[in-house]
Design a protein around this ligand. Sequence first.
Ligand SMILES: Cc1cc2nc3c(=O)[nH]c(=O)nc-3n(C[C@H](O)[C@H](O)[C@H](O)COP(=O)(O)OP(=O)(O)OC[C@H]3O[C@@H](n4cnc5c(N)ncnc54)[C@H](O)[C@@H]3O)c2cc1C
Length: 481
Amino acid sequence: MTTTARDVATQFASVVGRDHVLAGDLATMLYARDGSIQDEGDCGLVVLPANTEEVAGCMRVAAAAGLDVVPRGSGTGLTGGAVPLAGSLVISLSRMNHIIEVDVPNSCAWVEPGVLNLDISTAVAHLGLFYAPDPSSQQACSIGGNVGTNAGGPHCLAYGVTNQHVLGMELVMADGEVITLGGPAPDPPGYDLRGVVVGSEGMVGVVTRICVRLTPEPPAIRTMLLDFPTISDAAAVVEQVIAAGVVPASLEMMDRNMLRTIEPFVHAGLPIDAAAALLVEVDGTPADVEAGTDAVQRVAAANNVGHVRVAQDEDERALLWKARKSAFGACARVKPNYFLHDCVVPRSRLVEVMEAIIEITDREDLICLNVFHAGDGNLHPIIAFDRRDADEVERVKRAGDAIIRKCVEVGGTLSGEHGIGLEKRDYMPLVFTEGDLEAQACMRRAFDPDERLNPHKVLPLGARCGEAMLGGREPPEGTWI
Ligand SMILES: Cc1cc2nc3c(=O)[nH]c(=O)nc-3n(C[C@H](O)[C@H](O)[C@H](O)COP(=O)(O)OP(=O)(O)OC[C@H]3O[C@@H](n4cnc5c(N)ncnc54)[C@H](O)[C@@H]3O)c2cc1C
């Protein structure tokens, strides 16, 4: 470490305490990746503040030293959003993991950003409440990271994604100023800037407190697993159920490759001979649930459904969800690495795109498994591979590129929930014009004029706000695998 670097580390230590400044190869290596398949980044120091004042202090030190800053939650992101580049400072929010206040009359809670998603629902379950967005990573991902990516999950079909459940937040800006946006009161005056922060992937400020909406547990729930002889039959059910005006709480699809990979891992009795299965949950009043169940089963019967399994109790329901939520982990049984896409397509084009994905991955001789939020048209083709095999890596890249282009060609978009990060950054011009990208760059500079917050992410390198981009600094080369 140079003398200057040591001085800066000492300044951070005076803010967060010496034990909460990490340096050295092992420490920084651990913070140089996220859950994506991006190359290892280049991490400078790591600081672990305990509260908003410490975050603000770190931001002031970073500003004075001209350091780039990457906020980090649990590092489960799948697009390289939390991967530091060019020696950035990483601010890990993992120590800020307290539920500050549960406000039952206003159906909300103030929480720190390092609180894990599932821990919110667990903490308020005794009140008959829950936090609705439920990413499959909910046991590990943080609510701050969910805000960063505008996370979704199986139950977001009916309940909406993160931005519909974040009522307010406290934010530390690049210069250390602390601001509050929104809160429990409905319709605050002025611009509603929460939407600028939710999904901003750490490029607007560091979120230090979040006011989340709490939702009453529905009085009745029914979970069904339905299997089909073809993917088109399952996709037709998805389209027709929603066209019939029924919006299930969740409507998830798994294809045969996925069913066969999960079953030996979870032993949930999945229909491994079916081409596809739908995991459908309907909730509401008992009458709503009866009506929803009838509608789903009627539509399924008209589309060659095989078995209809209705969870008989909470244990069976939990087992079916465990199967669905273990899907990504189970892929380790197939190959050591996977590349997961997150494109969204209009529901009416699901079959066409699924067929194209199968054709593309067959052509490249790759194994593809599908598990996805079918009700939202949010595809998750998972290509299993071994990164030690350079030729296979090249084929994975080509297939990924072709899949993204196909999704955009049918009117879809780049990401449903995982964000853009590094992985999709250079595809942004496929869906945005130069003017759109310039407007986004200008908005970002309104909050972070020196572009030191998570630079090189989301906006492609050519996207400029007037003449200014990265304060005239050269970006490091984008990384991939
Ligand atoms: C097995 C598995 C299943 C998954 N399933 C889903 C799913 O169903 N739905 C879904 O949406 N995602 C899913 N993901 C992706 C991931 O879990 C989400 O993107 C999650 O929101 C990331 O949270 P995190 O705490 O890990 O954030 P990180 O990966 O640490 O960070 C994500 C982004 O948020 C920014 N950020 C983090 N904290 C803050 C903060 N306090 N202030 C400002 N910016 C911040 C980071 O800079 C980064 O850009 C899955 C991932 C895995 C590994």
